[in-house]
Ligand binder design. Structure first.
Ligand code: TXA
Ligand code: MG
Length: 329
């Protein structure tokens, strides 16, 4: 049985024992283990049922800790950190050998992040170890944003979930690579390309869309390695999700048991991002035949939201309607 607790001391003990514990962050819940303890990190893969060794984010307490685990840190990282860390931004940098291979999946780089959630920070401070943590969902599923979501994903697989309430940001951190003298956004997130441009002066393509459609290239050739967070099948709800370009398509579907996620009903993009995974889970729990959703404007935080929608989707509603005439009115 897995226990949901608000006691930080319990989470600290679990980390120091070499166990895996679910922890709240401002983005999504993480599945944490002592990032310097190989066996503890191995347990993360067992619990998540991740089929491959994907690199994990190393969560740190203070900016000063950065140089313990990464080298050749460019000035831009410190500038960005001043503005956004602690917060929802992850830096991919050259790693130092102290970081175990199991954390970086054998890459020469390491992803580091300084979470801002008070409880996570307290666990980092008290345990005095870096915490390796992926999102606390089973492989391929939606990231959890409440302790209850984690419980549903991982009950019986871990001893404790530290309950820090609902995650404010609601989608995963922006992942930025600083390797080979270039700044690249590997995963769009709450901190937008514009935000990064303003601080670093680096220009990004308007829509940071990736070419890679599946994970093959990524696993075959490490040099071309981008980020498994870019796999198309990531973040999927169990119920098929179809993207609707034109809302009038919904009127062409007969009385099927489906749910339309209306993101425009939220007051702004921040609120839409923060509710996106909650909406997916809600729809999954209600056991609809399928879910529909319309993308948001593809600028700023909208890029991260649309990225998660695309990864979660099975296709557009038109392909669906085309496949099954019986669904037509
Ligand atoms: O908001 C977040 O980032 C959450 C919370 C728990 O911190 N964590 C999270 O972890 O989303 P995960 O494992 O689900 O996603 C981490 C992403 C993956 O896409 C992974 O490929 C990428 O970061 N990543 C990690 N290390 C990397 C590296 N060395 N090079 C390139 N990408 C890396
Ligand atoms: Mg994840």
């Amino acid at each position: 049985m897995t226990e949901i607790t608000k006691k930080i001391g319990i989470a600290v003990k679990e980390i120091l024992k070499g166990n895996v514990v679910a922890l709240p962050t401002e983005t999504v819940y993480g599945l944490g283990a002592n990032g310097l303890n190989k066996n503890a990190v191995l347990k993360i893969y067992e619990v998540k049922k991740r089929p491959h060794f994907n690199p994990l984010i190393l969560h740190l307490y203070g900016i000063d800790d950065l140089k313990k685990y990464a080298k050749h840190i460019p000035e831009e990282v410190y500038k960005l950190a001043e503005a956004y860390s602690p917060g929802p931004i992850t830096y991919v940098l050259e790693r130092k050998s102290i970081v175990p291979d199991i954390v970086t999946a054998g890459l020469d780089s390491v992803a580091v992040r300084f979470p801002s959630h008070k409880m996570f920070r307290e666990v980092l401070k008290q345990s005095e170890v870096p915490i390796a943590a992926p999102s606390a969902n089973r492989f391929g599923r939606i990231s959890p944003v409440t302790a209850r979501d984690v419980y549903k994903e991982l009950n019986g697989k871990i001893n404790y979930i530290l309950d820090g309430g609902r995650c404010e940001v609601g989608i995963e951190s922006t992942v930025i690579s600083f390797l080979e003298g270039k700044i690249k956004i590997l995963r769009p997130g709450y901190v937008t390309a514009k935000d990064i441009e303003k601080i670093t002066g680096n220009k990004f393509r308007e829509n940071g869309k990736r070419k890679m459609e599946n994970g093959k290239e990524h696993f075959l050739n490490k040099k071309k390695y981008l980020s498994p967070g870019l796999l198309k099948s990531h973040y999927a709800p169990l119920t098929p999700l179809y993207i609707v370009e034109d809302l009038s398509a919904l009127t062409r579907i007969s009385k099927q048991n489906f749910y339309h996620i209306n993101l425009s009903g939220y007051k702004n993009l921040k609120s839409a991002a923060s509710n996106l995974f909650k909406e997916f889970r809600k729809a999954d729990e209600k056991k609809y035949d399928f879910i529909t959703i319309q993308k948001v404007e593809n600028t700023g935080l909208g890029i991260a939201i649309n990225d998660r929608i695309e990864k979660a989707s099975t296709g557009t509603i038109d392909t669906f309607i085309g496949k099954s005439n019986s669904y037509l009115v």
